[in-house]
Write a protein that binds this ligand. Structure first.
Ligand SMILES: NC(=O)C1=CN([C@@H]2O[C@H](COP(=O)(O)OP(=O)(O)OC[C@H]3O[C@@H](n4cnc5c(N)ncnc54)[C@H](O)[C@@H]3O)[C@@H](O)[C@H]2O)C=CC1
Ligand SMILES: O=C(O)/C=C/C=C(\O)C(=O)O
Length: 482
Protein backbone atom coordinates (compact mmCIF):
# COMPACT_ATOMS: atom_id res chain seq x y z
CA UNK A 1 0.00 0.00 0.00
CA UNK A 2 1.24 3.50 -0.82
CA UNK A 3 3.04 5.21 2.06
CA UNK A 4 3.03 8.92 2.80
CA UNK A 5 6.52 9.77 4.02
CA UNK A 6 7.87 12.81 5.78
CA UNK A 7 9.90 15.28 3.70
CA UNK A 8 12.87 16.27 5.84
CA UNK A 9 16.06 17.95 4.63
CA UNK A 10 14.85 17.52 1.06
CA UNK A 11 14.51 13.74 1.38
CA UNK A 12 11.46 11.49 1.78
CA UNK A 13 11.90 9.78 5.12
CA UNK A 14 10.12 7.07 7.13
CA UNK A 15 8.88 8.01 10.63
CA UNK A 16 11.32 7.21 13.44
CA UNK A 17 8.66 5.16 15.25
CA UNK A 18 8.10 2.95 12.21
CA UNK A 19 4.40 3.44 12.84
CA UNK A 20 1.73 4.26 10.30
CA UNK A 21 -1.82 5.59 10.28
CA UNK A 22 -4.55 4.55 7.87
CA UNK A 23 -5.69 7.12 5.32
CA UNK A 24 -9.29 6.81 4.13
CA UNK A 25 -10.90 7.64 0.83
CA UNK A 26 -14.09 9.49 1.89
CA UNK A 27 -15.89 8.65 -1.35
CA UNK A 28 -16.03 4.92 -0.47
CA UNK A 29 -14.80 4.67 3.13
CA UNK A 30 -11.83 2.48 2.15
CA UNK A 31 -8.27 2.72 3.42
CA UNK A 32 -6.14 3.56 0.40
CA UNK A 33 -2.75 4.51 1.80
CA UNK A 34 -0.74 4.85 4.98
CA UNK A 35 0.60 7.95 6.66
CA UNK A 36 3.77 8.39 8.67
CA UNK A 37 2.78 8.56 12.34
CA UNK A 38 5.48 10.99 13.37
CA UNK A 39 6.47 11.99 16.88
CA UNK A 40 8.76 14.44 18.63
CA UNK A 41 11.86 12.72 17.23
CA UNK A 42 10.74 13.36 13.65
CA UNK A 43 9.98 16.96 14.59
CA UNK A 44 13.42 17.26 16.17
CA UNK A 45 14.98 15.95 12.94
CA UNK A 46 12.93 18.40 10.90
CA UNK A 47 13.92 21.23 13.22
CA UNK A 48 17.58 20.23 12.91
CA UNK A 49 17.36 20.33 9.09
CA UNK A 50 15.59 23.68 9.22
CA UNK A 51 18.03 25.32 11.58
CA UNK A 52 20.94 24.08 9.45
CA UNK A 53 19.35 25.58 6.33
CA UNK A 54 18.46 28.90 7.97
CA UNK A 55 21.76 30.86 7.73
CA UNK A 56 22.01 30.36 3.96
CA UNK A 57 18.28 30.76 3.22
CA UNK A 58 17.92 33.92 5.28
CA UNK A 59 20.86 35.42 3.35
CA UNK A 60 19.59 34.29 -0.04
CA UNK A 61 18.74 37.32 -2.16
CA UNK A 62 15.14 38.36 -2.46
CA UNK A 63 15.34 37.81 -6.23
CA UNK A 64 16.49 34.23 -5.77
CA UNK A 65 13.85 33.43 -3.15
CA UNK A 66 11.25 34.96 -5.41
CA UNK A 67 12.50 32.95 -8.41
CA UNK A 68 12.17 29.68 -6.50
CA UNK A 69 8.68 30.48 -5.21
CA UNK A 70 7.54 31.39 -8.72
CA UNK A 71 8.99 28.15 -10.02
CA UNK A 72 7.05 26.19 -7.36
CA UNK A 73 3.90 28.04 -8.47
CA UNK A 74 4.55 27.09 -12.11
CA UNK A 75 5.13 23.43 -11.23
CA UNK A 76 1.92 23.23 -9.18
CA UNK A 77 0.08 24.70 -12.16
CA UNK A 78 1.72 22.23 -14.53
CA UNK A 79 0.63 19.32 -12.30
CA UNK A 80 -2.92 20.62 -11.87
CA UNK A 81 -4.66 17.44 -13.04
CA UNK A 82 -2.67 15.08 -10.81
CA UNK A 83 -2.84 17.29 -7.75
CA UNK A 84 -6.57 17.95 -8.17
CA UNK A 85 -7.29 14.24 -8.53
CA UNK A 86 -5.21 13.51 -5.42
CA UNK A 87 -6.94 16.25 -3.42
CA UNK A 88 -10.39 15.10 -4.44
CA UNK A 89 -9.64 11.47 -3.56
CA UNK A 90 -8.10 12.38 -0.19
CA UNK A 91 -10.76 14.87 0.89
CA UNK A 92 -13.97 13.82 -0.86
CA UNK A 93 -14.46 17.21 -2.51
CA UNK A 94 -15.69 17.35 -6.12
CA UNK A 95 -12.81 16.98 -8.57
CA UNK A 96 -14.00 20.04 -10.47
CA UNK A 97 -13.78 22.12 -7.30
CA UNK A 98 -10.25 20.93 -6.60
CA UNK A 99 -9.35 21.78 -10.20
CA UNK A 100 -11.01 25.19 -10.25
CA UNK A 101 -10.24 26.36 -6.72
CA UNK A 102 -7.91 24.36 -4.47
CA UNK A 103 -4.95 23.71 -6.71
CA UNK A 104 -5.02 27.03 -8.62
CA UNK A 105 -5.09 28.80 -5.26
CA UNK A 106 -2.13 26.75 -3.99
CA UNK A 107 -0.20 27.89 -7.04
CA UNK A 108 -1.44 31.47 -6.57
CA UNK A 109 -0.22 31.44 -2.96
CA UNK A 110 3.36 30.75 -4.05
CA UNK A 111 3.11 33.18 -6.97
CA UNK A 112 1.63 35.90 -4.79
CA UNK A 113 4.29 35.66 -2.07
CA UNK A 114 7.06 35.20 -4.64
CA UNK A 115 6.06 38.62 -5.96
CA UNK A 116 5.04 40.22 -2.64
CA UNK A 117 8.44 39.65 -1.07
CA UNK A 118 10.04 41.81 -3.76
CA UNK A 119 7.82 44.70 -2.63
CA UNK A 120 8.09 44.21 1.15
CA UNK A 121 10.05 47.18 2.45
CA UNK A 122 11.09 48.46 5.83
CA UNK A 123 9.98 51.80 7.25
CA UNK A 124 12.18 54.77 8.20
CA UNK A 125 11.36 57.53 10.67
CA UNK A 126 13.42 60.67 10.76
CA UNK A 127 13.22 62.33 14.20
CA UNK A 128 13.51 65.94 13.10
CA UNK A 129 15.19 68.22 15.62
CA UNK A 130 16.76 65.29 17.49
CA UNK A 131 19.36 64.45 14.87
CA UNK A 132 18.29 60.86 14.73
CA UNK A 133 17.21 58.55 11.99
CA UNK A 134 15.28 55.37 12.76
CA UNK A 135 14.85 52.53 10.39
CA UNK A 136 13.10 49.22 10.92
CA UNK A 137 14.72 45.96 9.96
CA UNK A 138 12.29 43.15 9.19
CA UNK A 139 14.32 40.05 9.93
CA UNK A 140 13.21 36.45 9.50
CA UNK A 141 12.35 34.78 12.80
CA UNK A 142 14.32 31.55 12.29
CA UNK A 143 12.49 28.23 12.34
CA UNK A 144 8.70 28.53 12.39
CA UNK A 145 5.87 26.00 12.61
CA UNK A 146 2.85 25.81 10.30
CA UNK A 147 -0.11 23.54 11.08
CA UNK A 148 -3.01 23.26 8.65
CA UNK A 149 -6.44 21.57 8.51
CA UNK A 150 -8.22 19.13 6.21
CA UNK A 151 -10.91 21.23 4.54
CA UNK A 152 -8.76 23.02 1.95
CA UNK A 153 -5.62 20.92 2.27
CA UNK A 154 -3.02 22.25 -0.20
CA UNK A 155 -4.74 25.66 -0.40
CA UNK A 156 -4.29 26.35 3.33
CA UNK A 157 -0.96 24.54 3.74
CA UNK A 158 0.61 26.73 1.05
CA UNK A 159 -1.16 29.86 2.36
CA UNK A 160 1.12 29.50 5.40
CA UNK A 161 4.37 28.00 4.15
CA UNK A 162 4.73 30.29 1.11
CA UNK A 163 4.91 33.56 3.11
CA UNK A 164 7.01 31.89 5.81
CA UNK A 165 9.78 30.90 3.40
CA UNK A 166 9.40 34.05 1.27
CA UNK A 167 10.28 36.06 4.40
CA UNK A 168 13.48 34.02 4.85
CA UNK A 169 12.39 31.56 7.53
CA UNK A 170 12.82 27.81 7.50
CA UNK A 171 9.76 25.77 8.32
CA UNK A 172 8.56 22.64 10.07
CA UNK A 173 5.05 22.12 8.70
CA UNK A 174 2.33 19.60 9.41
CA UNK A 175 -0.70 19.09 7.19
CA UNK A 176 -3.80 17.43 8.61
CA UNK A 177 -3.48 13.67 9.11
CA UNK A 178 -6.93 13.41 7.56
CA UNK A 179 -5.76 14.82 4.19
CA UNK A 180 -1.97 14.50 3.88
CA UNK A 181 -1.66 13.55 0.20
CA UNK A 182 -1.10 16.83 -1.64
CA UNK A 183 1.37 18.14 0.97
CA UNK A 184 3.25 14.87 0.45
CA UNK A 185 3.25 15.42 -3.32
CA UNK A 186 4.47 18.98 -2.81
CA UNK A 187 7.81 17.55 -1.62
CA UNK A 188 8.70 16.44 -5.16
CA UNK A 189 7.82 19.87 -6.47
CA UNK A 190 10.02 21.62 -3.90
CA UNK A 191 12.96 19.47 -4.94
CA UNK A 192 12.29 20.03 -8.65
CA UNK A 193 12.03 23.79 -8.10
CA UNK A 194 15.44 23.84 -6.41
CA UNK A 195 14.32 24.82 -2.93
CA UNK A 196 17.38 24.12 -0.80
CA UNK A 197 17.03 21.08 1.50
CA UNK A 198 15.80 21.92 4.99
CA UNK A 199 14.01 25.16 4.06
CA UNK A 200 10.60 23.49 4.14
CA UNK A 201 10.22 20.25 6.09
CA UNK A 202 6.91 18.41 6.03
CA UNK A 203 6.10 16.12 8.95
CA UNK A 204 2.98 13.96 8.90
CA UNK A 205 1.02 12.62 11.82
CA UNK A 206 -1.61 13.38 14.40
CA UNK A 207 -2.23 16.63 16.24
CA UNK A 208 -1.50 15.30 19.74
CA UNK A 209 1.78 13.71 18.58
CA UNK A 210 3.47 15.54 15.68
CA UNK A 211 1.42 18.76 16.01
CA UNK A 212 1.96 19.11 19.73
CA UNK A 213 5.70 18.40 19.28
CA UNK A 214 5.96 21.34 16.88
CA UNK A 215 4.11 23.65 19.27
CA UNK A 216 6.19 22.48 22.27
CA UNK A 217 9.56 22.66 20.52
CA UNK A 218 11.52 25.29 22.45
CA UNK A 219 13.36 26.61 19.38
CA UNK A 220 10.40 26.91 17.02
CA UNK A 221 9.68 30.57 17.57
CA UNK A 222 6.34 31.14 15.84
CA UNK A 223 3.27 29.04 15.13
CA UNK A 224 0.77 29.66 12.37
CA UNK A 225 -2.30 27.47 12.81
CA UNK A 226 -5.65 27.03 11.07
CA UNK A 227 -8.23 24.68 12.50
CA UNK A 228 -10.82 24.29 15.23
CA UNK A 229 -11.21 26.82 18.05
CA UNK A 230 -10.66 24.21 20.79
CA UNK A 231 -7.37 23.15 19.18
CA UNK A 232 -6.36 26.82 18.81
CA UNK A 233 -6.99 27.37 22.51
CA UNK A 234 -4.91 24.33 23.41
CA UNK A 235 -2.05 25.54 21.17
CA UNK A 236 -2.22 28.97 22.78
CA UNK A 237 -2.01 27.42 26.27
CA UNK A 238 1.25 25.69 25.30
CA UNK A 239 2.79 28.44 23.19
CA UNK A 240 1.94 31.56 25.20
CA UNK A 241 4.18 30.83 28.23
CA UNK A 242 7.00 30.09 25.77
CA UNK A 243 6.47 33.59 24.27
CA UNK A 244 6.01 32.28 20.75
CA UNK A 245 4.45 34.46 18.09
CA UNK A 246 1.01 33.05 17.31
CA UNK A 247 -1.34 33.37 14.37
CA UNK A 248 -4.58 31.47 14.91
CA UNK A 249 -7.23 31.20 12.22
CA UNK A 250 -10.06 29.35 13.91
CA UNK A 251 -13.71 28.49 13.61
CA UNK A 252 -16.57 30.50 12.24
CA UNK A 253 -20.35 30.54 12.38
CA UNK A 254 -20.85 33.29 9.93
CA UNK A 255 -24.02 35.34 9.47
CA UNK A 256 -25.52 35.93 6.04
CA UNK A 257 -27.75 39.03 6.23
CA UNK A 258 -30.24 39.26 3.37
CA UNK A 259 -32.27 42.45 2.93
CA UNK A 260 -35.35 42.77 0.72
CA UNK A 261 -33.63 45.41 -1.45
CA UNK A 262 -30.85 43.06 -2.59
CA UNK A 263 -30.21 41.84 -6.13
CA UNK A 264 -32.34 38.75 -5.44
CA UNK A 265 -31.18 36.35 -8.17
CA UNK A 266 -27.51 37.04 -7.56
CA UNK A 267 -28.02 36.67 -3.80
CA UNK A 268 -29.82 33.36 -4.23
CA UNK A 269 -27.15 31.82 -6.47
CA UNK A 270 -24.28 32.96 -4.24
CA UNK A 271 -26.09 31.93 -1.05
CA UNK A 272 -26.33 28.35 -2.32
CA UNK A 273 -22.54 28.41 -2.72
CA UNK A 274 -21.78 30.19 0.55
CA UNK A 275 -23.91 27.57 2.31
CA UNK A 276 -22.73 24.35 0.67
CA UNK A 277 -19.47 24.83 -1.25
CA UNK A 278 -16.98 22.12 -0.27
CA UNK A 279 -19.83 20.36 1.59
CA UNK A 280 -20.05 23.41 3.85
CA UNK A 281 -16.55 22.67 5.17
CA UNK A 282 -15.09 26.15 4.77
CA UNK A 283 -14.63 28.32 7.83
CA UNK A 284 -16.11 31.20 5.81
CA UNK A 285 -19.39 29.51 4.88
CA UNK A 286 -22.45 31.54 5.81
CA UNK A 287 -24.19 29.00 8.01
CA UNK A 288 -26.60 31.40 9.77
CA UNK A 289 -28.93 32.91 7.18
CA UNK A 290 -31.08 35.86 8.32
CA UNK A 291 -33.68 37.04 5.81
CA UNK A 292 -35.77 40.22 5.98
CA UNK A 293 -39.38 39.30 6.76
CA UNK A 294 -40.86 40.72 3.54
CA UNK A 295 -38.98 38.23 1.35
CA UNK A 296 -38.66 35.34 3.82
CA UNK A 297 -41.46 33.11 2.35
CA UNK A 298 -40.21 33.60 -1.20
CA UNK A 299 -36.58 33.03 -0.19
CA UNK A 300 -37.50 29.86 1.68
CA UNK A 301 -39.23 28.35 -1.36
CA UNK A 302 -36.59 29.41 -3.87
CA UNK A 303 -33.69 28.34 -1.67
CA UNK A 304 -35.16 24.88 -1.06
CA UNK A 305 -35.80 24.49 -4.78
CA UNK A 306 -32.24 25.44 -5.75
CA UNK A 307 -30.65 23.29 -3.05
CA UNK A 308 -32.78 20.30 -4.03
CA UNK A 309 -31.26 20.54 -7.52
CA UNK A 310 -27.69 20.09 -6.23
CA UNK A 311 -26.32 16.74 -7.28
CA UNK A 312 -24.71 14.67 -4.54
CA UNK A 313 -22.38 12.12 -6.03
CA UNK A 314 -18.96 10.63 -6.51
CA UNK A 315 -16.33 13.38 -6.26
CA UNK A 316 -14.80 12.21 -9.53
CA UNK A 317 -17.98 12.77 -11.57
CA UNK A 318 -18.23 16.05 -13.41
CA UNK A 319 -21.94 16.44 -12.62
CA UNK A 320 -21.33 16.33 -8.85
CA UNK A 321 -21.99 19.49 -6.86
CA UNK A 322 -21.70 17.94 -3.40
CA UNK A 323 -19.14 15.23 -2.71
CA UNK A 324 -18.38 13.28 0.44
CA UNK A 325 -17.69 14.71 3.89
CA UNK A 326 -14.09 14.35 4.94
CA UNK A 327 -14.34 11.49 7.44
CA UNK A 328 -16.72 9.13 9.17
CA UNK A 329 -16.23 10.86 12.52
CA UNK A 330 -16.94 14.23 10.95
CA UNK A 331 -20.07 12.88 9.24
CA UNK A 332 -21.25 11.61 12.62
CA UNK A 333 -20.52 14.96 14.26
CA UNK A 334 -22.54 16.81 11.61
CA UNK A 335 -25.42 14.34 11.94
CA UNK A 336 -25.40 14.77 15.69
CA UNK A 337 -25.99 18.49 15.20
CA UNK A 338 -28.97 17.83 12.93
CA UNK A 339 -30.41 15.71 15.73
CA UNK A 340 -29.74 18.43 18.29
CA UNK A 341 -31.48 20.95 16.01
CA UNK A 342 -34.57 18.75 15.81
CA UNK A 343 -34.61 18.25 19.58
CA UNK A 344 -34.41 22.03 19.98
CA UNK A 345 -37.49 22.49 17.81
CA UNK A 346 -35.72 23.36 14.54
CA UNK A 347 -37.72 22.47 11.43
CA UNK A 348 -35.79 20.49 8.81
CA UNK A 349 -36.96 22.10 5.56
CA UNK A 350 -34.68 20.01 3.37
CA UNK A 351 -32.08 17.25 3.70
CA UNK A 352 -30.73 15.86 6.93
CA UNK A 353 -30.21 12.31 5.67
CA UNK A 354 -27.24 10.23 4.54
CA UNK A 355 -27.17 9.32 0.86
CA UNK A 356 -26.19 5.93 -0.54
CA UNK A 357 -24.22 6.24 -3.74
CA UNK A 358 -24.23 3.05 -5.87
CA UNK A 359 -20.90 1.19 -5.57
CA UNK A 360 -19.80 3.56 -2.82
CA UNK A 361 -22.22 2.63 -0.05
CA UNK A 362 -19.63 3.25 2.69
CA UNK A 363 -18.84 6.78 1.51
CA UNK A 364 -19.57 9.75 3.77
CA UNK A 365 -22.42 11.41 1.89
CA UNK A 366 -24.97 13.70 3.51
CA UNK A 367 -27.74 15.75 1.95
CA UNK A 368 -27.39 19.53 2.09
CA UNK A 369 -29.59 20.48 5.01
CA UNK A 370 -31.73 23.58 5.63
CA UNK A 371 -33.16 24.11 9.11
CA UNK A 372 -35.64 26.81 10.03
CA UNK A 373 -35.14 28.11 13.56
CA UNK A 374 -36.93 30.72 15.64
CA UNK A 375 -34.30 31.33 18.29
CA UNK A 376 -30.90 32.64 17.21
CA UNK A 377 -29.38 31.44 20.51
CA UNK A 378 -30.16 27.73 19.97
CA UNK A 379 -27.16 25.40 19.75
CA UNK A 380 -27.45 24.76 16.01
CA UNK A 381 -27.19 28.52 15.56
CA UNK A 382 -24.33 29.05 18.00
CA UNK A 383 -21.94 26.12 17.54
CA UNK A 384 -19.71 25.39 14.56
CA UNK A 385 -21.05 22.42 12.59
CA UNK A 386 -18.62 22.77 9.68
CA UNK A 387 -20.73 20.75 7.28
CA UNK A 388 -23.59 21.07 4.77
CA UNK A 389 -26.04 22.48 7.30
CA UNK A 390 -27.50 26.00 7.43
CA UNK A 391 -30.20 27.64 9.49
CA UNK A 392 -32.64 30.22 8.20
CA UNK A 393 -34.56 32.75 10.24
CA UNK A 394 -36.57 35.91 9.44
CA UNK A 395 -35.86 39.38 10.89
CA UNK A 396 -37.76 42.64 11.02
CA UNK A 397 -35.23 45.43 11.51
CA UNK A 398 -31.60 46.25 10.87
CA UNK A 399 -31.03 46.63 14.60
CA UNK A 400 -32.49 43.20 15.32
CA UNK A 401 -30.42 41.40 12.67
CA UNK A 402 -27.24 43.17 13.74
CA UNK A 403 -27.78 41.98 17.32
CA UNK A 404 -28.33 38.40 16.11
CA UNK A 405 -25.33 38.51 13.75
CA UNK A 406 -23.08 39.69 16.58
CA UNK A 407 -24.69 37.57 19.29
CA UNK A 408 -22.17 34.75 19.07
CA UNK A 409 -18.67 33.92 20.29
CA UNK A 410 -17.29 33.71 16.73
CA UNK A 411 -16.34 36.62 14.46
CA UNK A 412 -14.70 35.40 11.28
CA UNK A 413 -16.74 36.71 8.35
CA UNK A 414 -20.16 38.15 7.54
CA UNK A 415 -22.01 38.51 4.25
CA UNK A 416 -24.40 41.36 3.59
CA UNK A 417 -26.92 41.50 0.76
CA UNK A 418 -28.37 44.97 0.13
CA UNK A 419 -28.27 47.72 -2.47
CA UNK A 420 -28.60 50.45 0.15
CA UNK A 421 -25.23 52.18 0.48
CA UNK A 422 -26.04 53.79 3.81
CA UNK A 423 -26.98 50.44 5.32
CA UNK A 424 -23.82 48.92 3.83
CA UNK A 425 -21.67 51.56 5.47
CA UNK A 426 -23.46 51.31 8.83
CA UNK A 427 -23.45 47.53 9.08
CA UNK A 428 -19.92 47.02 7.74
CA UNK A 429 -18.68 49.13 10.64
CA UNK A 430 -20.84 47.43 13.26
CA UNK A 431 -20.52 43.75 12.30
CA UNK A 432 -18.10 41.93 14.61
CA UNK A 433 -16.08 40.08 11.98
CA UNK A 434 -12.62 40.14 10.45
CA UNK A 435 -14.05 40.07 6.92
CA UNK A 436 -17.30 41.57 5.60
CA UNK A 437 -18.46 40.65 2.11
CA UNK A 438 -21.10 42.89 0.54
CA UNK A 439 -23.07 41.43 -2.38
CA UNK A 440 -20.42 38.75 -2.87
CA UNK A 441 -18.78 35.87 -0.97
CA UNK A 442 -15.27 34.37 -0.78
CA UNK A 443 -14.12 37.00 -3.18
CA UNK A 444 -10.38 37.04 -2.42
CA UNK A 445 -7.64 39.53 -3.08
CA UNK A 446 -4.54 38.01 -1.48
CA UNK A 447 -3.23 41.46 -0.49
CA UNK A 448 -6.04 41.94 2.04
CA UNK A 449 -5.88 41.10 5.78
CA UNK A 450 -7.48 37.73 6.47
CA UNK A 451 -8.56 36.48 9.89
CA UNK A 452 -11.15 36.73 12.62
CA UNK A 453 -12.08 38.42 15.86
CA UNK A 454 -13.43 36.98 19.13
CA UNK A 455 -13.05 33.17 19.23
CA UNK A 456 -12.35 33.03 15.49
CA UNK A 457 -8.72 33.73 16.15
CA UNK A 458 -5.91 36.19 16.54
CA UNK A 459 -3.66 37.77 13.93
CA UNK A 460 -4.13 38.29 10.23
CA UNK A 461 -2.85 36.35 7.26
CA UNK A 462 -2.49 37.65 3.72
CA UNK A 463 -0.45 40.39 2.04
CA UNK A 464 2.11 42.30 4.07
CA UNK A 465 0.25 41.40 7.30
CA UNK A 466 1.55 37.84 7.17
CA UNK A 467 5.01 38.92 6.05
CA UNK A 468 5.07 41.09 9.18
CA UNK A 469 3.97 38.08 11.25
CA UNK A 470 6.78 35.96 9.83
CA UNK A 471 9.45 38.62 10.59
CA UNK A 472 10.72 40.35 13.70
CA UNK A 473 10.78 44.14 13.54
CA UNK A 474 13.98 45.64 14.86
CA UNK A 475 14.32 49.40 15.12
CA UNK A 476 17.75 50.90 14.51
CA UNK A 477 18.14 54.43 15.85
CA UNK A 478 21.18 56.39 14.62
CA UNK A 479 22.23 59.69 16.09
CA UNK A 480 24.30 61.97 13.93
CA UNK A 481 26.18 65.22 14.44
CA UNK A 482 25.40 68.28 12.29
N1 LIG B 1 -10.52 26.08 9.05
C1 LIG B 1 -11.28 25.85 10.06
O1 LIG B 1 -11.85 26.73 10.60
C2 LIG B 1 -11.42 24.47 10.53
C3 LIG B 1 -12.25 24.20 11.58
N2 LIG B 1 -12.35 22.93 12.01
C4 LIG B 1 -13.27 22.70 13.13
O2 LIG B 1 -12.63 21.92 14.10
C5 LIG B 1 -13.38 20.76 14.34
C6 LIG B 1 -12.43 19.63 14.66
O3 LIG B 1 -11.77 19.23 13.48
P1 LIG B 1 -10.33 18.62 13.54
O4 LIG B 1 -10.01 17.88 12.35
O5 LIG B 1 -10.22 17.87 14.82
O6 LIG B 1 -9.46 19.95 13.51
P2 LIG B 1 -8.21 20.31 14.34
O7 LIG B 1 -8.28 21.72 14.72
O8 LIG B 1 -7.99 19.33 15.43
O9 LIG B 1 -7.05 20.06 13.25
C7 LIG B 1 -6.37 21.04 12.54
C8 LIG B 1 -4.89 20.74 12.54
O10 LIG B 1 -4.38 20.84 13.86
C9 LIG B 1 -3.66 19.66 14.22
N3 LIG B 1 -3.77 19.49 15.66
C10 LIG B 1 -4.76 18.90 16.36
N4 LIG B 1 -4.48 18.94 17.68
C11 LIG B 1 -3.30 19.57 17.82
C12 LIG B 1 -2.48 19.93 18.93
N5 LIG B 1 -2.83 19.64 20.17
N6 LIG B 1 -1.33 20.58 18.71
C13 LIG B 1 -0.97 20.90 17.45
N7 LIG B 1 -1.68 20.57 16.36
C14 LIG B 1 -2.84 19.93 16.53
C15 LIG B 1 -4.32 18.58 13.38
O11 LIG B 1 -3.50 17.47 13.28
C16 LIG B 1 -4.53 19.32 12.08
O12 LIG B 1 -3.33 19.36 11.34
C17 LIG B 1 -14.19 20.55 13.07
O13 LIG B 1 -15.32 19.81 13.28
C18 LIG B 1 -14.51 21.96 12.70
O14 LIG B 1 -15.60 22.41 13.44
C19 LIG B 1 -11.64 21.92 11.45
C20 LIG B 1 -10.81 22.14 10.41
C21 LIG B 1 -10.67 23.45 9.84
O1 LIG C 1 -7.70 32.27 2.47
C1 LIG C 1 -8.78 31.94 2.01
O2 LIG C 1 -9.16 32.31 0.93
C2 LIG C 1 -9.69 31.01 2.67
C3 LIG C 1 -9.44 30.45 3.78
C4 LIG C 1 -10.34 29.48 4.33
C5 LIG C 1 -10.09 28.97 5.52
O3 LIG C 1 -9.10 29.46 6.27
C6 LIG C 1 -10.80 27.82 6.11
O4 LIG C 1 -11.79 27.37 5.58
O5 LIG C 1 -10.30 27.33 7.12
Amino acid sequence: MKKILNYIDGVYTEPVSGQWLDNYNPSNGEVYCQIANSNSEDVANAYHAATKAFPAWSHTTIDERSRILLKIADLIEAKLDNLAAAESKDNGKPLLLAKAVDIPRASANFRFFGNAITQFASEAHESIGLNTMNYTLRQPIGVVGCISPWNLPLYLFTWKVAPAIAAGNCVVAKPSEVTPMTAYLLGEILTEAGLPPGVLNIVHGTGPSAGQAIVEHPEIKAISFTGGTATGASIARTAAPMFKKLSLELGGKNPNLIFADCDYEKMLAVTVKSSFANQGQICLCGSRIFVEEAIFPKFKNDFIKKVSQLKIGLPSESSTNIGALVSKSHLEKVESYIKIAEEEGGKILFGGKRINIPNAENGYYLQPTIIEVDDDQCRINQEEVFGPVVTIMPFKTEKEVLAMANGIKYGLSATLWTTNINRTMRLSKELEAGIVWVNTWLNRDLRTPFGGVKESGIGREGGFEVLKFFTEAKNVCIHYEE
